[in-house]
Ligand binder design. Structure first.
Ligand SMILES: CC(C)(COP(=O)(O)OP(=O)(O)OC[C@H]1O[C@@H](n2cnc3c(N)ncnc32)[C@H](O)[C@@H]1OP(=O)(O)O)[C@@H](O)C(=O)NCCC(=O)NCCS
Length: 171
């Protein structure tokens, strides 16, 4: 269901980004697809989700400690941050997002050094909040990233509660 995104996906990702449901959820950030799809830094995976060979969504998993724009600020080792969206409107609300997020969780925790996963939907994206809460994410804090006000959610590695060093927001 997941394959690496390549430069050949630029048109697809730009088209998805213009969809009204994504403009509302992602804001006006420029993802610089032409440049970003041509580099594969060690701290990031960019993946396309497909159903029956049809691309329907995008998944990005980053190591926020090493991400080079320091989007998450100064943050301890041991996290992954995930961005996920369904690009094709007719694929929304059919359970694919849940399946993709479960794969992202599995992929992130496959690295034993990862203790928690972060997501940052916009504060206005109430349906996405519900989506992440249903998957077990806990709300941490409302935080500003650039021009956007976002809710930060965290999913801790199952069984890691007692080892958690802090219950405060990272970054
Ligand atoms: C959030 C998202 C990834 C969920 O994937 P999905 O395949 O639609 O979700 P599922 O079918 O697995 O689960 C349904 C739930 O997803 C959420 N959802 C469905 N459509 C949504 C939409 N247009 N926007 C935000 N969340 C939505 C809701 O929580 C929904 O449950 P509800 O019907 O009880 O409100 C997907 O809807 C999406 O890409 N939305 C737009 C972009 C976005 O909000 N991304 C996340 C924040 S960056």
């Amino acid at each position: 269901m997941l394959r690496p995104a390549t430069p050949a996906d630029q048109g697809l990702l730009e088209r998805w980004h213009r969809q009204p449901h994504l403009r509302a959820a992602l804001g006006d950030d420029d993802w610089h697809w032409a440049a970003e799809l041509r580099r594969q830094p060690a701290w990031r995976e960019q993946l396309i989700a497909e159903v029956d060979d049809r691309p329907i969504g995008f998944l990005q998993i980053i190591d926020p400690t090493h991400e080079d724009s320091h989007y998450w600020g100064c943050i301890d080792e041991g996290y992954r941050a995930v961005d996920l969206w369904i690009g094709e409107p007719d694929a929304l609300g059919r359970g694919y997002g849940t399946q993709i997020m479960n794969l992202a969780i599995e992929r992130s925790f496959a690295d034993p050094s990862v203790t928690a996963i972060l997501v940052d939907p916009m504060d206005s994206n109430v349906r996405a909040h519900r989506f992440y809460e249903r998957l077990g994410f806990e709300y941490l804090v409302c935080r500003r990233f650039g021009d956007d006000s976002c809710f930060v959610y965290r999913l801790r590695r199952p069984g890691s509660w007692s080892r958690s060093r802090s219950a405060t927001a990272p970054g």
